[in-house]
Design a protein around this ligand. Structure first.
Ligand code: ADP
Ligand code: ADP
Length: 239
């Protein structure tokens, strides 16, 4: 089943830098994809285009058959509900509790005066605890986010996406600032979620070794173009 279709997509930044140059990709439900390439190859630009954190210059992107490129307002918010983002810098609300941060994944569903006041239904709180449990960090639920280590914070970010009940995870260099041990924990969590929940996962990675270890398909980018797309066994070291 097609989850993401990227058709003839180009992105030119306002300063005329070409971020992406005619990308075509089809990503199926449940895939675990690593995007690899040197700094500046277009990895971030591609992820940001899929979620429409910025508009593309040409082409179209479909999420589960619906055009995120053409959508606006309520329709756009509806499509985005299915997409969870994970960033290198975690993007947590530092002074809030871990639980609050995970509950923030629910806000897209229920942004009413209650959620603005931090009042969530019991079912949301249960979902948040389940999510924390899945990434083995439930004992930190009431800690402040900035009291956690980097690896723990990234697991909270993963829990937030789980609480969102996202069908797609886009992770932009999620382990770039982590040491080898926590890198393994975070990548293991992403892999387990992918396998157990069938969440389609795209991870931008600097290192091909990690891509080989975890992904089932590797997409290589260079200068905004796809230079490799295939199963892990066929990926070589050249970029
Ligand atoms: P990475 O290599 O991890 O993607 P970058 O250093 O390329 O990080 O980008 C960091 C931030 O700076 C991003 O928000 C990106 O959009 C922005 N950026 C990158 N290159 C440029 C540029 N040439 N002009 C303006 N902003 C840029
Ligand atoms: P990667 O994630 O692979 O490091 P990026 O997607 O960040 O690559 O960048 C792709 C190209 O787009 C680079 O040439 C980068 O400098 C440029 N770029 C990225 N963000 C911006 C921006 N906000 N404004 C201008 N150019 C940018």
């Amino acid at each position: 089943m097609k989850m993401i279709e990227i058709r003839n997509v180009s992105k030119v930044y306002p300063n005329a830098t070409k971020g992406l140059n005619n990308i075509n990709l089809t990503i199926n439900k449940g895939e675990f994809i690593a995007i690899v390439g040197l700094s500046g190859a277009g990895k971030s630009t591609l992820l940001r285009s899929i979620n429409r954190l910025h508009d593309i210059t040409e082409g179209e992107i479909l999420i589960n058959g619906a055009s995120i490129t053409k959508a606006s307002g309520k329709k756009l918010r509806f499509i985005r509900r299915d997409i969870g983002m994970i960033f290198q810098s975690f993007n947590l609300v530092k002074r809030s509790s871990v639980l609050r941060n995970v509950l923030a994944g629910r806000v897209g569903y229920r942004s009413t005066w209650r959620t603005l006041l931090g009042l969530f239904p019991k079912s949301d709180t249960e979902l948040a605890f389940q999510a924390l449990d899945r990434v083995n960090i439930v004992e930190k639920a009431y800690a402040r986010a900035d009291e956690l280590s980097g690896g723990q914070q990234q697991r909270v970010a993963i829990a937030r996406v789980l609480a969102q009940e996202a069908k797609i995870i886009l992770a932009d260099e999620p382990v770039a600032s982590l040491d080898p041990l926590t890198t393994k924990q975070v990548m293991d969590d992403l892999k387990n979620i992918n396998q157990e929940l069938g969440i389609t996962t795209i991870v931008n990675l600097h290192f091909i070794d990690l891509a080989r270890e975890y992904a089932t398909r590797i997409i290589g980018l260079r200068a905004g173009q796809v230079v490799f797309d295939g199963p892990v066994e066929e990926a070589t070291d050249e970029k």
